[in-house]
Design a protein around this ligand. Structure first.
Ligand code: HEC
Ligand code: HEC
Ligand code: HEC
Ligand code: HEC
Ligand code: HEC
Ligand code: HEC
Ligand code: HEC
Length: 403
């Protein structure tokens, strides 16, 4: 009798204990147990979280919820015509959005929007099939306020078979892997699937989150929760202590183009790491190379005199990494003027604009918008190609300025 009591008491206790430590109730980060997830940062870093959660970085990829999908689904604005018999229609069916292919007005196939890429100028989408994602042939472009071919896609033949590789996720998300995650009462196991380029949707962390830039922070969170009076940051890399090159590299891992030979996956990068351990051939050494305005801000910036002749300039001179580039041209111009109090413009240049316009718009003349050669797209029923246009980061004197 006594024994049974003890056993029952023990069983009750062990049920109680398993409940307390039940891992399935806890947040499990697919990157590993040393990650805490962005939600956990809010309690202590409200300001950074509030702005970062709404930034393009956090939305660089997102789930295809209706509120995240850009582009028109209403009649008259939702059709891309390939030829007189073939069209693609953006449709909503039972709360899911689809690109539906019609031939002679008969539905042939329908593919759901599942993963969204981009938010600021354009948005392209992907659907899952087996362990891969495939790009949808039509994307939304804000400059056109309309649907047009996804970059590199034909405007006459629809194609649903192009994979969105892990590479894209390397710059647009915080994690995607080929692993299964299994949990038991006392452990979490990560097992890789057999095929390395498989992607498990459950490992996808949408957007560029806090720990993508700051590195794993579980220990940091635990220490500060345990010792709330600690004012000095523990167990986290401090950007303040990094060298200029290390600060630049933390952005350049995604903002220095995609044509370098890779040594390691971008996902492995931690602040403080050296870019040269990830790629062979880092931009900056060659002034004659023409870098595309898309995706290679460092390549361009490093060709400008400002960057070469000043020993401290990083991306953070002009950008707060937790915010979008929503600053006005006036406030950017103030940053220019912090180094250039009295730029020497010739009388001819000074004649072209008023004094105030001159002081407020350094950007227009010295960082003009340029068309990307890498990203081009076509609207329905047109032969003309449209370009994606961005401001160049090669700060300089442009012939067009000389009137
Ligand atoms: C329990 C509170 C707490 C939580 C939760 C927390 N932090 Fe912190 N963190 C601090 C304190 C305290 C500091 C030091 C004071 C400061 O810089 O705000 C700090 C500083 C930092 C710094 C600056 C380090 C430096 O030296 O420049 C970063 C980066 C940071 N935290 C990132 C994170 C991230 C990412 C998360 C979520 C994964 C997180 N923190 C969650 C308390 C917390
Ligand atoms: C795109 C990369 C990026 C993302 C995403 C990001 N940070 Fe940062 N964070 C930085 C950099 C770079 C700095 C250093 C800024 C500087 O030196 O001016 C920084 C600085 C900080 C600091 C120190 C602020 C200070 O004034 O000392 C905290 C705290 C912080 N980040 C928390 C967060 C939290 C929380 C998130 C998610 C909600 C987040 N960061 C997302 C790149 C990022
Ligand atoms: C993991 C890859 C990654 C890292 C690291 C990263 N970025 Fe980005 N960044 C992106 C992507 C992708 C976009 C485009 C997001 C979109 O619009 O979909 C972007 C967008 C931006 C924008 C434009 C945002 C807007 O809405 O105007 C700025 C500015 C920027 N990044 C600066 C930085 C700086 C500064 C750092 C370093 C502190 C940094 N990024 C680190 C991938 C990254
Ligand atoms: C080397 C990093 C990198 C890779 C790889 C990359 N991107 Fe990007 N992507 C960026 C950056 C940075 C931006 C935003 C600024 C720019 O255009 O320079 C961007 C912009 C975009 C945009 C427009 C976002 C907006 O807000 O306007 C889309 C859509 C996009 N990328 C999709 C993709 C797809 C699909 C792939 C794979 C085929 C891919 N990207 C690969 C870095 C990358
Ligand atoms: C951190 C300081 C710093 C900032 C910020 C800065 N510059 Fe510069 N810039 C320099 C230095 C240093 C030089 C080289 C001067 C020299 O060679 O005497 C330079 C050179 C230039 C030149 C001459 C380029 C050439 O090819 O001859 C122009 C134009 C210029 N900057 C415009 C700008 C504009 C516009 C901005 C803002 C978008 C800006 N700079 C921001 C430091 C800076
Ligand atoms: C001298 C100031 C300056 C520096 C330094 C600078 N940028 Fe920018 N950046 C700008 C301006 C100005 C814009 C245009 C903002 C706009 O159009 O709203 C911009 C826009 C961007 C955009 C958005 C492009 C677009 O049109 O969507 C990205 C991404 C970006 N910068 C990344 C970087 C990265 C990464 C670095 C460091 C390698 C960097 N910038 C350094 C001034 C700067
Ligand atoms: C209307 C176009 C225009 C605007 C606006 C403009 N610049 Fe210039 N800038 C030029 C041209 C063109 C030159 C080459 C010299 C010349 O022909 O005047 C130049 C030359 C320069 C130089 C190199 C000469 C020197 O002083 O070393 C700097 C630096 C510079 N500008 C900075 C700025 C800054 C900072 C602003 C904003 C306060 C600005 N510029 C606004 C067109 C412009």
């Amino acid at each position: 009798m006594k024994n049974t009591c003890i056993i029952i008491a023990f069983m009750v206790l062990s049920v109680f204990l398993t409940n307390c430590t039940n891992k399935s109730d806890e947040y499990i980060d697919p990157r590993g147990t040393n990650y805490a997830g962005s939600e956990s940062c809010i309690q202590c870093h409200k300001a950074e979280s509030e702005s970062a959660f709404h930034s393009s970085h956090f939305k660089a990829t997102s789930p295809a919820l209706k509120e995240n999908v850009l582009g028109h689904f209403s009649k008259g604005k939702n059709t891309f015509v390939y030829d007189k018999n073939t069209k693609l229609v953006m449709e909503e069916r039972n709360d899911t959005l689809y690109q539906v292919l019609y031939k002679n007005n008969k539905e042939v196939e329908a593919y759901p929007f599942e993963v969204l890429f981009g938010v600021k100028h354009a948005q392209t989408s992907a659907y899952w099939k087996n362990h891969y994602t495939y790009e949808l042939p039509v994307s939304y472009y804000k400059s056109l306020n309309s649907w047009a071919t996804s970059p590199g896609y034909s405007a006459t033949v629809p194609n649903f078979e192009r994979k969105i590789e892990k590479e894209c996720y390397g710059c647009h998300s915080s994690n995607i892997a080929s692993r299964y995650i299994t949990t038991s009462s006392d452990s979490i196991t990560f097992t890789n699937m057999e095929v390395e380029d498989f992607m498990n949707p459950k490992t996808l962390i949408y957007g560029i989150d806090c720990e993508r830039c700051h590195g794993p922070a579980k220990k940091h969170v635990q220490t500060h929760l345990k010792f709330p009076d600690l004012k000095l940051a523990q167990d986290i890399v401090s950007f303040k202590k990094l060298t200029r090159q290390q600060k630049i590299d933390a952005c350049a891992i995604c903002h220095s183009g995609n044509d370098k030979l890779k040594i390691k996956s971008r996902f492995e990068f931690r602040p403080g790491d050296n870019l040269l351990d990830y790629f062979r051939g880092v931009p900056g050494s060659n002034d004659n190379k023409v870098y595309d305005v898309h995706g290679n801000q460092l390549g361009l910036l490093s060709q400008s005199k400002c960057f070469k002749k000043n020993e401290t300039m990083t991306c953070m001179n002009c950008h707060n990494p937790h915010e979008n580039t929503s600053k006005s041209m006036v406030s950017y111009s103030k940053i220019c003027m912090s180094c250039h109090q009295d730029p020497k413009h010739t009388p001819e240049t000074l004649k072209t604009v008023s004094k105030t316009a001159m002081a407020e718009n350094c950007i227009e003349c010295h960082m003009p918008k340029q068309d990307s050669n890498a990203i081009r797209f076509q609207q329905s029923n047109t032969a003309a190609m449209s370009s994606y246009s961005l401001r160049t980061h090669k700060i300089g004197i442009y012939p067009a300025n000389k009137k």
